[in-house]
Design a protein around this ligand. Structure first.
Ligand code: FAD
Ligand code: UDP
Length: 366
């Protein structure tokens, strides 16, 4: 056999594994069905601007090991994500912080803001929030729920906030300081030369074939390596024999504009129900770009069906149970490892993806 490992998928997970296995002396081959490497973190360049082709990606972590690891390969800038919310033309800072409370109610001190939120909570309080709506109102009161959460969330998930699980909203920080940093993590930034460059560095000197779908010629590819690392959808690996795992899809309408600055910020969320898109990304602002032109992407959240690009897993009870059944099948195959965000059917941020790959590799090279 030519290779020790065949790695299916050149996303972040497969690329970190390929790098570490090669470093440990293993011969690796990566095959990728798309016409480019990088999976969903792929960035392409236009007029000096890095376009986040599959959606805005901001690297943020509290894991120093992971931060040091990615910084070994590329230099990161000091971008701090501070999205703006546009509700029917009214602008608010995110995440929910003293700037938002001032814009919403004119509250100038933490005490004033707490008092207003407290009153709105008391009027609507639910002891044990059973869904996202109840959880959100308990957390920030009715005004913020109605203007900044309800419309955005219903557009993003295609379901009413009273049918969605409470945990979705727990990701958003609420702060009584004037601090617009969307994340609480101590390390944050974006690779100065784009994410594709990070992948290129990771898989430097490793054999890669793009435009190559493993599932179309499985027997041939299996014959090329002793072990398989598969980072595509786990249900596809098993020909969907137990059923199909569901996702939410994102569609981008990207426009190239002959102006230097469209919206003055990388991310503007449209939180009302009537605007059909969820947000507009202006790519140059992720890297403090000064180019004379700009690129923007309108982001639409849509129903997914088999054959579409899978974006967000729907981790409800039904889908998680189906995943568990596929995982049990995968565990019976000693020479196959199925991992990454599609292989594990999990919403994995990039730092968690890197951490998972680094921990997996330990068991492979003992
Ligand atoms: P992928 O990038 O999906 O890689 C899998 C690869 O396998 C793909 O290239 C695919 O084409 C290939 N493949 C699949 N099947 C086959 C096959 N049969 N044959 C050959 N190749 C195959 N994380 C953050 O930390 N910060 C963010 O701001 C952030 N924003 C995000 C925004 C969106 C819209 C989404 C969906 C995710 C976001 N993430 C973010 C998460 C981030 O994208 C993931 O952590 C990361 O991409 C996971 O890498 P992966 O290698 O597991 O998967
Ligand atoms: N959210 C919201 N209003 C916003 C931004 C986010 O209500 O302006 C909610 C929404 O329910 C979303 C969740 O917070 O699903 C998590 O948002 P985040 O931006 O972390 O999600 P991502 O788009 O990165 O998955």
């Amino acid at each position: 056999m030519m290779y020790d490992y065949l790695i299916v998928g050149s996303g972040l997970y497969g690329s970190v594994l390929a790098h570490e296995l090669t470093k440990a002396g293993k011969r690796c081959l990566i095959i990728e069905k798309r016409n480019h490497i990088g999976g969903n973190i792929y960035t392409r360049e236009w007029e000096g601007i890095h376009i986040h082709q599959y959606g805005a990606h901001i690297f943020h972590t509290d894991n120093k090991l992971v931060w040091d690891y990615v910084n070994e390969f590329v230099e990161f800038n000091n971008y701090v994500n501070s999205p703006i919310a546009n509700y029917n033309g009214e602008l608010y800072n995110l995440p929910f912080n003293m700037n938002t409370f001032y814009q919403m109610w004119g509250a100038k001190t933490p005490d004033e803001a707490r008092e207003i939120i407290e009153k709105q909570r008391k009027d609507n309080f639910t002891d044990e929030p059973k869904n996202l709506k109840e959880q959100a109102i308990n957390l920030v009161g009715k005004d913020i729920f109605e203007k900044l959460i309800e419309g955005y969330t219903e557009k993003q998930w295609g379901r009413s906030c009273s049918e969605l699980p409470a945990f979705i909203i727990k990701r958003l920080p609420v702060r009584f300081t004037f601090n617009n940093n969307y994340f609480n993590h101590p390390y944050q930034g974006i690779p100065k030369k784009g994410y594709t460059y990070l992948i290129e560095k990771l898989i430097e000197n490793i054999d890669v074939k793009t435009n190559t779908d493993y599932l179309e010629n499985r027997d041939y590819w299996n014959s090329q390596a002793s072990k398989i690392i598969y980072t595509g959808p786990i249900d596809a690996f098993f020909d969907y024999k137990l059923g199909t795992l569901e996702y939410r899809k994102v569609r981008f309408d990207t426009q190239y504009l002959d102006i230097p600055n469209f919206q003055g910020n990388a991310v503007v969320n449209y939180t009302d129900k009537s605007t059909p898109y969820t947000r507009i990304i202006e790519h140059k602002h992720f890297n403090f770009g000064q180019q004379p032109k700009t690129v923007i992407s309108y982001e639409y959240s849509e129903e997914w069906s088999l054959g579409d690009e899978p974006y967000y897993p729907i981790n409800d009870t039904k889908n998680n149970e189906l995943y568990r059944q596929y995982k049990a099948l995968a565990d019976t195959l000693p020479d196959v490892h199925i991992g990454g965000r599609l292989g594990e059917y999990r919403y994995y941020d990039m730092d968690k993806t890197v951490a998972a790959a680094l921990s997996q590799v330990e068991s492979m090279i003992d």
